[in-house]
Design a protein around this ligand. Structure first.
Ligand SMILES: Nc1nc2c(c(CN[C@H]3C=C[C@H](O)[C@@H]3O)cn2[C@@H]2O[C@H](COP(=O)(O)O)[C@@H](O)[C@H]2O)c(=O)[nH]1
Length: 320
């Protein structure tokens, strides 16, 4: 039995104990937790306008494909130009349109996808270095998915999910077999895993299928928050995280925070660990909460203009 999810928790706590650029303001967590709206905590949402819902096995294919390319936050400002546009929504909408027009990519087709194919599907007409670099990563990630599904699961994505045997942690482990899903960083002499897109794949299947069928996972309460760049941003603006002034100044100036740097690791780890502390507080207040649903609430909160109006950290990475 793998223990990947505890490795995420322990690694993130390890980083927070040593962090010099990011601090969790633990004193404000009790009232923050008390103010969180309870019903939103129980109902993760998903916009049907941009997600291929209700198509059985093809919906499974949609969410595995989507989470294979659910990254680019460090590239979106240079590709979209408008920081108020959601890069996730652009990618999900484009994939949804493709599925509606042509159905899912079969495994063999995924293996053949090129950066030019990805550019045509996701960011047509954008021809700059950021788009070129991101489309190369999209193509590589999708090629890897095609290879895994064809060689290990007979070309059937539902067989991949079935192999997880209703364990989100096992699904994370299966997806971690692809290099661009191995979301981890070296920090303080150890490797700290986040497994953000792999964890989110289980979350999305759970929401898409209402917790049944391919969306049934018996260990969702063991998932951690997903360390992207929006959840830490929301936590900072809400007063839960504090960044060292020099780091904050770089972020506000739009300067890239290098992927794999101590600052990037500390921002991501603090978001995960802060969510663990908030969930612990909520449970202490008698609220049925878990990191997965808290993440969903915070991420959707981050779509609001008051959060989008401020720059968040940008790291060019295939992890988020
Ligand atoms: N922590 C966390 N990060 C998440 C998600 C999602 C979308 N999932 C939900 C959507 C519908 C369902 O409710 C799904 O659960 C995308 N991202 C990340 O955001 C970044 C893009 O940001 P922007 O440019 O503002 O769209 C990018 O790094 C992307 O990887 C999440 O849920 N949690």
């Amino acid at each position: 039995m793998s223990d990947l999810l505890n490795m995420v928790r322990q690694g993130c706590r390890y980083v927070c104990e040593r962090a010099t650029s990011v601090r969790i303001v633990t004193s404000v967590i009790p009232q923050y937790a008390a103010a969180l709206c309870k019903e939103r905590l129980s109902l993760p949402t998903m916009d049907p306008a941009i997600h291929y819902l209700g198509h059985g096995a093809d919906t499974v294919a949609f969410f595995l494909t989507l989470n294979t390319i659910n990254f680019g936050s460090g590239y979106f400002p240079d590709i979209l130009g408008d920081p108020c546009r959601s890069g996730y929504r652009v990618v999900a909408s484009a994939l949804n349109r493709h599925f509606e027009a042509e159905g899912p990519f079969r495994a063999a087709a995924l293996r053949r996808l090129t950066p030019a194919n990805c550019s045509q599907i996701f960011f047509p007409g954008v021809d700059n270095e950021a788009a070129t670099e991101l489309m190369e990563l999209f193509a590589r990630a999708l090629n890897d998915l095609g290879t895994l599904v064809e060689e290990k699961f007979g070309g059937d994505v539902t067989a991949l999910v079935a192999a997880a045997e209703n364990s989100a942690e096992r699904l994370v482990e299966l997806l971690d077999g692809m290099p661009l899903f191995h979301d981890a960083v070296a920090y303080g002499g150890i490797e700290v895993p986040f497994f953000k897109r792999a964890q989110l794949a289980a979350v999305d299947l759970h929401i898409a299928f209402g917790g049944g069928g391919p969306g049934r996972f018996d260990d969702l309460d063991r998932l951690t928050a997903c360390a992207d760049n929006l959840v830490p941003h929301v936590l900072r603006l809400d007063g839960i995280l504090e960044y060292r002034p020099e780091l904050l100044a770089r972020i506000q100036a739009g300067a890239p925070i290098p992927a794999g740097s101590p600052e990037e690791a500390e921002i991501r780890a603090a978001a995960v660990h802060a969510c663990e502390l908030i969930v612990e507080e909520l449970r202490g207040q008698g609220v049925a909460a878990d990191a997965m649903r808290l993440d969903n609430l915070l991420w959707h909160r981050g779509q609001e203009p008051r959060y989008r109006a401020h720059p968040r950290h940008r790291s060019r990475t295939a992890f988020y």
